[in-house]
Design a protein around this ligand. Structure first.
Ligand code: GAP
Length: 542
């Protein structure tokens, strides 16, 4: 299936079946914001719950896991979205969390400098650079169309134009070249500005003050709430290093060009762990978390062939990181062979605790801009609190190093949706073939775990089905359906990814057994009604 075709189909499927809707759709939508419908909310909640259960709750601190340097502990936290503005100064986000963007003076549109792409096109002596914001698979077509229009030619005149081979990003052009650039949404040359820094944090105002004294930011990551509570957690739980703190919550980034469905949104959810350890063990913990997080996606059904663990190059590292690996997935909206980031696992050293304490340096040891007091002394920009840790067994005092597995709940949901989407051919009774969709979710994350279906709406079958439905509902999200032919009802469940269908039929009236049908194999078998709950529970696993 062609890439764009598959993605278009998935987006349409998500809308038609209540997984995802564009936010504020009846008002034309708001770019970069998405709502989860009745099925999507269950899917995403199951993913977040699986993450919490596997990373935080099920963790046994008494047993050393395979490949872990030692035993460790895990606890959770839920911090506010708006925090003291100084948090963002010390985290580096205020000074360093920006993208470069260019504006179009004519169309008033804004583009990310490194995402704007284009191609040199010449006609006779005139050579211009035609840009586009079309998806990669459509960009050449878009460039040709716009070049023809600019030179006032028709499609049949395409051979009158000379196209250079490569599509380039705008940041590869010299400042001089920019005078002959045709912006993506205009038909005039040279309307794009020079690149400018654009901070990605959303600004708001706290309280009645609308001036700078009341200015605050919506958090661009959940991580900082964990760092600033490090001491509170240690003091209130008597937890010992090494330990991890998990948090799930909304983050906000004013992305210049949100795109690819929910992949790059302006409001999204993160599932982050800050793992505090002794500096001498941090490299081993970094390895441990990289492997553990990759395995988690595989265990929940992502295809290992479409997953990749990629170590960042030195010049790619974030301002805080001394080593980062991304878990990447071959999302279908990307060209073949390209991967998109699903999660980052960063070795942050002692940067965060140190800067929230001293507010002094970034990890590349460049001083952040230092504010001076009236007496000409550098102002203390950290909290001034001692965020070091004393090991009560060895009496050693140190600033823990941090390993941070940082996942996006929406990106994970998108990857599971892409992985689940399958089209199968089914034969109808008339011998005709029909293509239909089966969402092959892992049972743990499927929105509905089972559907209960009375074969006919009479002979006491709906009553027995209601009894089974009631028993299952106490444990899981279950669907009840008594409308239309049984084959159609199975397909309806396949389409939304329900792994098991339980059918009450005439045999049930004789011996109180029901049929269970499995979504992917379409295998069917009978079990007693009394065993249904235990059977579904066993098959879903935890
Ligand atoms: N605390 C580290 C941190 O936030 P990040 O790589 O910027 O690191 C972590 O973000 C994860 O959050 C990403 O791997 C991705 O899954 C998710 N994420 C980041 N920006 C996003 C966006 N604009 N839309 C959706 N998910 C995003």
């Amino acid at each position: 299936m062609a890439v764009e075709n598959l993605m278009d189909k998935l987006v349409a499927h998500c809308k038609a079946n209540g997984f995802l809707f564009q936010s504020s759709e009846i008002y034309g939508g708001l770019n970069g914001f998405w709502d989860y419908g009745p099925l999507g909310v269950e899917l995403k909640r199951n993913i977040k719950e699986a993450w919490w259960k596997d990373m935080c709750q099920n963790h046994n601190e008494l047993v050393q896991p395979a490949q872990a340097p030692s035993t460790y502990d895990m606890v959770g936290l839920d911090c506010t979205i708006i925090m003291h503005p100084q948090v963002w100064k010390c985290s580096g986000h205020y000074d360093l969390f920006h993208d470069y963007m260019v504006d179009c003076r004519k169309s008033k549109k804004r583009y990310r400098f490194d995402q704007l792409r284009g191609q040199w096109v010449a006609r006779d002596a005139q050579r211009i650079f035609v840009t586009t914001m079309a998806e990669p698979e459509h960009e050449r077509e878009d460039i040709s169309r716009r070049a023809l229009k600019f030179f006032n030619l028709r499609s049949k005149d395409l051979e009158k134009l000379q196209f250079e081979d490569r599509v380039l990003t705008f940041d590869k052009l010299t400042a001089e070249d920019r005078g002959v650039v045709l912006g993506p949404d205009t038909d005039e040359l040279g309307t794009l500005t020079d690149p400018r820094e654009f901070n990605l944090m959303f600004k708001t105002y706290v309280g009645a003050l609308s001036g700078e004294e009341g200015a605050a930011f919506l958090r661009p990551e959940t991580a900082q709430g964990i760092f600033v509570n490090f001491k509170n957690v240690v003091d209130s739980t008597r937890i010992r290093v090494p330990f991890g703190v998990a948090q799930v919550g909304k983050s906000f980034r004013n992305e210049i060009t949100p795109r690819n469905f929910t992949f790059r949104s302006r409001e999204f959810e993160q599932m982050e762990i800050e793992f505090f350890c002794h500096p001498g063990q941090s490299s081993d913990w970094y390895q441990y978390w990289r492997n553990r997080r990759l395995q988690w996606y595989k265990d929940l059904g992502l295809d290992g062939e479409r997953l990749k663990l990629r170590e960042h190059e030195q010049d790619e590292l974030s301002h805080y990181s001394c080593g980062t690996a991304d878990i990447e997935y071959a999302f279908p909206f990307l060209p073949p062979g390209e991967y998109g980031e699903l999660e980052g696992i960063a070795h942050r050293g002692d940067f965060d605790l140190r800067s929230h304490s001293e507010g002094k340096l970034d990890p590349k040891k460049r001083p952040l801009e230092v504010e001076m007091t009236e007496e000409g002394q550098p102002r203390h920009r950290g909290s001034g609190k001692d965020l070091s840790y004393r090991d009560d067994l060895t009496n050693e005092r140190f600033i823990p190093h941090v390993i941070e597995p940082s996942a996006g709940a929406d990106r994970a949901t998108l990857a599971f949706l892409c992985q689940a989407y399958h089209e199968v051919q089914s034969s109808e009774s008339g011998g005709k073939f029909e293509s239909r969709v089966v969402m092959r979710f892992h049972p743990r994350i499927a929105p509905y775990k089972a559907a209960v279906l009375p074969l006919v709406k009479k002979d006491g079958m709906p009553e027995i089905a209601a009894e089974i439905y009631g028993a299952l509902k106490k444990k899981f999200n279950v669907f009840y359906d008594e409308k239309s032919a049984i084959g159609k009802r199975y397909w309806r469940q396949d389409k939304i990814g329900t792994p098991y269908c339980i059918t009450v039929d005439s045999q049930t009236l004789v011996d109180r057994t029901v049929t269970i049908r499995e979504r992917d194999s379409m295998e069917q078998w009978r079990i007693s009604i009394d065993e249904v709950v235990a059977e579904i529970e066993k098959r879903i696993g935890t």
